[in-house]
Write a protein that binds this ligand. Sequence first.
Ligand code: UFG
Length: 325
Amino acid sequence: MKILVTGGAGYIGSVVVEELLRDGAEVVVFDNLSQGHRAAVHHQAEFVHGDLADRASIDELMRAHRPDAIMHFAAHTLVGESMQQPFLYLHDNVMCGLNLFESAAKHGVRRVILSSTANLFGAPERVPITESEPVAPGSPYGESKYALERALSWLDRLYQVRSACLRYFNACGATVERGEDHHPETHLIPIVLQVALGQRDHIRIFGDDYDTPDGTCVRDYVHVVDLARAHILALRALDEGSRTYNLGTGRGFSVKEVITTAREVTGHAIPAEPGPRRPGDPAVLVASSERIRAELGWTPAYPELRAIIESAWRWHRNHPHGYDD
Ligand code: UFG
């Protein structure tokens, strides 16, 4: 099967490409490298440098490669940034996704997997969060992903394009060769590890007055390889119908617990300082992944936070300057 992966030079996309190739797929990566890294793209994948804002280049891509399926990762993905620059998300994320989907429908691509997000649930009524929790995006980022989920439901009804919307909770961890490298880095685990590497003085905790056991935000940290395996299972099931899954481990860890575990893993003191809340951050996001467990047999191979941070630490120690090394 030939799979087009947009954003395949980014963190999650590049690990999914690695797993797809291991699974025997043929992969074409389409990425504008605005956030991704050429070095993150597996050498067995074909790389096409291009931008989803350019409709003509997507049509050309479809004509040249005739993919059997598309996995769409390319997007702006930062909750905090989306509160500062909403139109980057409400406009660019949505327009680029629609360009891709319109081209897919026109060229007869019948399978799409969308990288969606837990930020669809801004203030969940029940935790762990199931797929039937009412959607109320917590930020323009979450809103942009929901718009694309809705667009895919119309592609299903009108063009028989089957899709899977995979709502990731907090992706983290690394493979031996691929890890998290954003510029600037805003994510908790890589920043904590940068402190351990001596690249930062401390980690600032965004709010310690939430209604949670230790006052800091609780998140469901899910290993990027487990996310990648979910994509492969979802792809195999797509011909039986479109579907939506929440992807997490079902366990939440607070910001302080993440820092404590990172101290144990790295042996570094990792100074932490409390600061103000970051706009757009819900207090608690923990997934129920019962649906994908029941329907596709997905179970996380790395449910332990310690193992997740160990894998990230290994990668960051080997790549202290990310892919620039
Ligand atoms: N945090 C800090 N200090 C930091 C960075 C983060 O305290 O320097 C806190 C945040 O406030 C949050 C937690 O650590 O409570 C995790 O923050 P991240 O920035 O690592 O991740 P987010 O939860 O903001 O967002 C991530 C992805 C989104 C996705 C979301 C789903 O970046 O794309 O998980 O839960 F939507």
